[in-house]
Ligand binder design. Structure first.
Ligand SMILES: Cc1cc2nc3c(=O)[nH]c(=O)nc-3n(C[C@H](O)[C@H](O)[C@H](O)COP(=O)(O)OP(=O)(O)OC[C@H]3O[C@@H](n4cnc5c(N)ncnc54)[C@H](O)[C@@H]3O)c2cc1C
Ligand SMILES: NC(=O)c1ccc[n+]([C@@H]2O[C@H](COP(=O)([O-])OP(=O)(O)OC[C@H]3O[C@@H](n4cnc5c(N)ncnc54)[C@H](OP(=O)(O)O)[C@@H]3O)[C@@H](O)[C@H]2O)c1
Length: 378
């Protein structure tokens, strides 16, 4: 089955307006907000496979736009060029430009006008870390609040801006199990930075909507797919929103009657509040769709327990599955989790396969070459 988009498929430039049917909080009572979304794809011609992602084109929050205009000293009624169209600055800020997350280039351009010694110092190559620290928790508005510029015109202002980038989300449903639908699992970004409440553009855009049409398109990922041979065992490691593609994998393997064994490692903060799709996963385990389900709750006890700790506890079985040709999948946080899971995998291969560190590394590299170790990390 091919799911490659053709020239008429919805795309980043020509997205499909998909009605958002369901917006459900999965983490009642938790300190974090993770939501389940269901979109309608009827008449879109969009056909995806488990492992693909959905691109979403958000709109900037009207309060964020108003705050930024106020800080810059513009009304929003000024006419500007956005892409190949002329529109009001207000419309351009809400739908066309990115106007929160900062980049070094933006600060550089801003400082060509602001001429601040502080920013100039931060922009020096030797001060890369200090610049990162400055940028963490700050947004574009903070430049204008901390380094006020009087009389900036709209054209100069938009010269600092980049077009809004779509956000990708790993698809959490199997199309065969949910015809005409696509599901997502989204961690809503909310934090306090530099003394102000902030929110992620796209995750909060989705969190604050239901019933509306959302511009989206498919982003196929041929490097993160179920094996064609349904007899092969699979091992899935997906804490937090990393569960998303694995919900799709399990649904697909179930509906296709694939006989290969399925093993899921899932984890999050607390079992009582953060067990994403807990009822579904427990039912899959009860019914034998999931042969193994290992759960790591990081905040239910004093010491942290993560998915890689659970992998180590089951290292003999995990090695045996790998010997049986299992495909090893990882999805979720790229910065820490995926690196630590990679370390744990290498340790298991070394210990259970009685290999030197070097040989274990080569063995894992071999898995990657044979496309038996696949990652969807962000
Ligand atoms: C292939 C792929 C698949 C993905 N799948 C999923 C998925 O299934 N589910 C999911 O939830 N996400 C997923 N993501 C991530 C997703 O694309 C977005 O990056 C995420 O939702 C944040 O986007 P946003 O617009 O809400 O936040 P943005 O507006 O882009 O803001 C994020 C920025 O805010 C800042 N920030 C965030 N937290 C803090 C903090 N605590 N302190 C200071 N600054 C902070 C950082 O600068 C960060 O870069 C995936 C990404 C990729 C590339
Ligand atoms: N700013 C926000 O409000 C917010 C909220 C949610 C997610 N996010 C961001 O969104 C991304 C995805 O979030 P998510 O909900 O999918 O997952 P996540 O926040 O990365 O957490 C999922 C689980 O993974 C654990 N974890 C932390 N470090 C780990 C490591 N080194 N190895 C293995 N597990 C580890 C977490 O434990 P602990 O957290 O207890 O250490 C938690 O139990 C992350 O990059 C995260 O930073 C931001």
């Amino acid at each position: 089955m091919s799911n490659l988009p053709n020239e008429n498929s919805p795309s980043k430039a020509n997205p499909f307006s998909s009605p958002l049917l369901v917006n459900r909080l999965l983490t009642e009572g938790s300190g974090k907000e993770t939501r389940h979304f269901e979109f309608c794809l009827k008449d879109s011609g969009m056909e995806y496979l488990p492992g693909d992602s959905l691109g979403v084109l958000p709109t900037n929050c009207s309060e964020v736009v108003a705050g930024l205009l106020n800080a810059v000293g513009l009304t929003g009624e000024e006419q500007v060029e956005a892409g190949d169209r002329s529109m009001s600055l207000s419309d351009a800020l809400s739908g066309y430009f990115a106007c929160t997350v900062l980049s070094k280039m933006q600060i550089k351009k801003f400082n060509q006008i602001a001429q601040s010694d502080q920013l100039g110092k931060l922009l020096e190559v030797a001060n890369k870390e200090a610049l990162m620290e400055f940028m963490w928790g700050r947004e574009l508005i903070d430049l204008f609040l901390e380094f006020p510029q009087s009389g900036m015109d709209a054209e100069t202002f938009i010269s600092f801006l980049r077009p809004m980038a779509p956000r990708l989300y790993s698809i959490a449903s199997s199309l065969s199990a949910h015809p005409d639908e696509v599901h997502l699992t989204v961690a809503v970004v909310r934090y306090e930075g530099n003394g102000r409440k902030r929110k992620g553009v796209c995750s909060s855009y989705l969190a604050e909507r239901v019933g509306e049409s959302i511009p989206c398109y498919l982003h196929p990922n041929k490097n993160f797919k179920l094996p064609e041979d349904g007899n092969l065992p699979i091992i899935m490691v997906g804490p937090g929103t990393g569960i998303a593609p694995f919900r799709a994998f399990i649904e697909e393997r179930k509906i296709n009657g694939a006989s290969g064994r399925n093993w899921l490692f899932f984890g999050d903060r607390s079992q009582s509040t953060d067990y994403l799709y807990g009822e579904e996963l427990d039912a899959y385990k009860r019914d034998g769709v999931l042969n193994e389900l290992d759960l790591a709750w990081s905040r239910d006890q004093e010491e942290k327990i993560y998915v890689q700790n659970k992998m180590m506890e089951k290292k003999a079985d995990l090695w045996s599955w790998l010997q049986d040709g299992a495909i090893f999948y990882v999805c979720g946080d790229a910065h820490r989790m995926a690196k630590d899971v990679d370390q744990a995998l290498k340790r298991i291969v070394a210990e259970e396969g009685s290999m030197s560190e070097e040989d274990a590394l080569a063995w894992v590299k071999g898995m990657q070459r044979e496309r038996r170790y696949l990652k969807d990390v962000y």
